[in-house]
Design a protein around this ligand. Structure first.
Ligand code: SF4
Length: 92
């Protein structure tokens, strides 16, 4: 059995080339541009997301140069961070 059971599955990838903003980040590989995580679920993790972000002078996290959520092969990475996201939502 594959170590990545999500590989090649429809639930782990879709590409919406009809989107008015496609591709919303620079890419040379539009066929493998994953739109599933449009509005990155890792944004809320701040500097722990693992992506290529920077902070503006006003402290706003800027993801302009990050393509992590749009790479097909990163589905597992994103899903693997959900425990951290859920921890943020836990009632304290
Ligand atoms: S830097 Fe990349 S991985 Fe991090 S929140 Fe932004 S888009 Fe998501």
């Amino acid at each position: 059995m594959s170590e990545k059971p999500w590989e090649g599955k429809y639930y782990s990838f879709f590409c919406n080339k009809k989107c008015e903003y496609f591709p919303c980040h620079k890419t040379k590989d539009t066929d493998n541009f994953n739109c599933l995580f449009c509005y990155c679920p890792l944004y809320t993790l701040g500097d722990r997301c693992g992506g290529n972000f920077q902070y503006t002078e006003k402290g706003i996290k800027d993801c302009t140069n990050c393509s992590l959520p749009h790479k097909k092969e990163n589905y597992g990475y994103i899903i693997g961070k959900y425990a951290e996201i859920m921890e943020l939502a836990r009632r304290s």
